[in-house]
Design a protein around this ligand. Structure first.
Ligand code: ADP
Ligand code: MG
Length: 278
């Protein structure tokens, strides 16, 4: 039974995030590793509880090879803790990989970057296509939310800020997520749409190439100016022209020029480069 707290032994603490602490645990009868996200709900405000419920319900509905698999939840009333049981992604997240490269003065291989592009787009396609008449926009695509399994396949995770949109009409105009990856339409107060996730994907791919965010600023005003101006240097010379062109396409200021995730995963250049790695 995966939903019995006494069937697990805690191996180590992975890290603490905004909602709680992640533990690596071992299931006693199967000897398999999982991640427990322990969330202390006792001290939460109603709004925080609602956000948590959204996250838990959302990750429970998505089953996809490139989305962090959710296996259940355990409510431990005595301590006011909710344990969310997830797939263990043993190679960490892309944020740690970027920091590793920075400190060791290394770069991320082009093949791996194409793989991130293809597999993240696949995960987003599952989110964007109508699943039981619900559309999910991730809204917080960033290196820290892209996990890596034992074979360095990507797993999109952390749906804490995602929003379930019933019937695909109630698009939210609320600004959430990481400001560095904020899109031009969000800056101009337009609604968040599927192409906004494509913009963030472009920012992510650019960051993997440069080990730095494409748009920066000492304050929010400067950041918004840089995003609006959208003047990006070429990605480092070790990467191909075709990767540079692809990143710039994803980062089209006008969302109508940005490819949809369906177009990305069917794009000959993307497929060809993805297959090089496989
Ligand atoms: P945050 O709220 O800041 O996003 P999280 O609670 O999501 O933090 O994650 C805390 C730490 O645990 C991070 O270092 C993250 O990389 C790691 N982590 C989260 N989920 C998993 C997972 N499924 N497999 C491996 N590591 C994970
Ligand atoms: Mg997280």
């Amino acid at each position: 039974n995966l939903e019995d707290i006494y069937n697990y032994v805690v191996i180590s603490i992975i890290g603490t995030g905004s909602f709680g602490t992640c533990y690596k645990v071992k299931h006693k009868t199967t000897n398999k590793y999982y991640v427990w996200k322990a969330v202390d709900y006792g001290s939460m405000s109603l709004q925080e509880k609602e956000l948590l419920v959204t996250e838990v319900n959302l990750i429970g509905t998505l089953k996809h090879p490139h989305i962090v698999q959710y296996f259940g939840r355990i409510i431990h009333k005595n301590s006011g803790t909710l344990y969310i049981i997830m797939e263990w992604c043993e190679n960490g997240d892309l944020n740690s990989m970027i920091n590793d490269c920075k400190s060791k003065n290394t770069v991320i291989s082009e093949n791996f970057i194409w793989k991130v592009l293809y597999q993240t787009a696949k995960a987003l396609e599952a989110c964007h296509s109508l699943l039981n008449r619900i559309t999910v926009l991730h809204r917080d695509i960033k290196p820290a939310n892209i996990f890596l399994d034992k074979d360095f396949n990507i797993k999109l995770g952390d749906f804490g800020l995602a929003k379930i949109l019933i019937n695909n009409v109630n698009f939210s105009s609320t600004v959430v997520g990481t400001p560095y990856y904020m899109s031009p339409e969000q800056i101009h107060g337009f609604k968040y749409n599927k192409k906004t996730d494509v913009w963030s994907l472009g920012c992510l791919i650019y960051e993997l190439c440069c080990l730095n965010q494409p748009f920066k600023g000492t304050d929010f005003t400067e950041l918004k100016e840089n995003i609006t101006r959208n003047r990006l240097p070429r990605i480092p010379a070790i990467y191909s022209d075709c990767l540079d062109k692809m990143v710039k396409l994803l980062l089209s200021s006008n969302h109508e020029f940005r490819p949809s995730v369906e177009i990305i995963i069917h794009h000959p250049t993307v497929i060809c480069n993805y297959n090089k790695d496989a």
